[in-house]
Design a protein around this ligand. Structure first.
Ligand code: FES
Ligand SMILES: [Fe+2]
Length: 331
């Protein structure tokens, strides 16, 4: 007989869940439902907007990013953040390797100065700074002047973590559309997890986060996708109502994705104002908790991509090696 672990709940108590016989998580996590939910998310409009990086990552020097296969230079000028092709219109030098002079990029090869007003075919891309993240718009889809943003709390303590995964954005979103893996794949972070509602518009779940040893904190949270490359978790009951975690997946190329995750913690408790003042201490803790989950979630997304790509198909790999390695009796 398996001994149930004892956990102690701290923080706001939620009413007991109505007893509902639940199938084991592996049966609740229906691959068909997750695929349909993902397809629904992927069919939503994005307006062509993609997250580049936290706005605070762009300082006095130009920065280079590769987004959807394009080399982009991002820099600050008097009018805010600008983005343009990281290729000098003269002979192709990387503009991100040059300095900025009076808001203009200075080409490191022959000194051409490029302002946000552009130069011939070399023109800036539309950008949007939402106050925390910088977005860029590619393509001719001008249906939305700004990105589709999630509702954020008015007062918050923010933390951002970024990583790169060998997969496509849909693999990152699919990972978040499968909350049933939480307790099994992240036993260090979740004690219990019940999915209360699932529709293509949102998932609602009750989860007990592990704080320290047997201490847990129970909250209810929803997941929804305001656009195809973003999935947002919002705490709707328990401690920290209104806190959000925005996960943004931006394609670097066909096989790599940049993940930028923004956590905005909020609370009505007086201790929260104290925590905000102590952000030099609380922010690293928030970042550590987010990074810990991404260790496994990147592995999940990469595994999903590998399966979709067929490169993990054992039989395919053996065929590449030759007939000696194939069990012909199983053919
Ligand atoms: S390559 Fe930039 S000025 Fe010549
Ligand atoms: Fe996860």
């Amino acid at each position: 007989m398996v001994r149930q672990k004892k956990y102690w709940k701290v923080g706001k108590r939620l009413p007991p869940l109505e007893f509902k016989p639940q199938k084991p998580d592996w049966l609740e996590a229906e691959p068909g439902w997750i695929s349909e939910a993902l397809e629904s998310v992927r069919s939503r409009p994005s307006g062509g907007w993609l997250v580049v990086a936290p706005s605070s990552a762009i300082g006095d020097k130009p920065q280079r990013y590769v987004i959807a296969g394009r080399e982009v230079v991002v820099w600050r000028a008097g009018n805010g953040l600008n983005a343009a092709p990281d290729r000098c219109p003269h002979m192709g030098a990387c503009l991100s390797e040059g300095p900025i002079r009076e808001g203009k990029l200075v080409c490191p090869w022959h000194g051409l100065e490029l302002s946000p007003r552009g130069h011939g075919d070399w023109q800036t891309f539309p950008t949007f700074d939402d106050g925390l993240l910088l977005w860029i718009r590619f393509g001719h889809d001008t249906t939305s002047e700004k990105p589709f943003l999630s509702t954020r709390p008015d007062s918050y303590l923010e933390a951002v973590v970024s990583t790169v995964a060998s997969c496509q954005p849909q693999d990152v979103i699919a990972n978040r559309l499968d909350p049933w893996h939480g307790v099994h794949f992240h036993p260090h972070s979740f004690a219990t997890l019940h999915v209360l509602e699932k529709s293509q518009e949102r998932l609602r779940l009750r989860v007990a986060y592990r704080l320290l040893g047997p201490l847990t904190m129970e909250v209810e949270a929803t997941f929804h996708c305001p656009e195809p490359n973003t999935i947002t978790m919002t705490i709707v009951d328990g401690e920290g109502v209104g806190s959000v975690v925005e996960t943004h997946a931006t394609p670097i190329d066909a096989e790599r994705t940049s993940i930028v995750e923004l956590t905005l913690a909020t609370s009505e408790r007086w201790q929260f104002q104290f925590a905000r003042r102590m952000k030099w201490l609380t922010r690293p803790l928030m970042e550590r908790a987010a990074r810990r989950l991404w260790v496994e979630d990147v592995a999940y997304a990469e595994r999903r991509f590998a399966l979709r790509s067929g490169i993990e198909d054992e039989r395919n790999s053996l065929r590449v090696l030759g007939n000696d390695y194939l069990d012909v009796s199983a053919e």
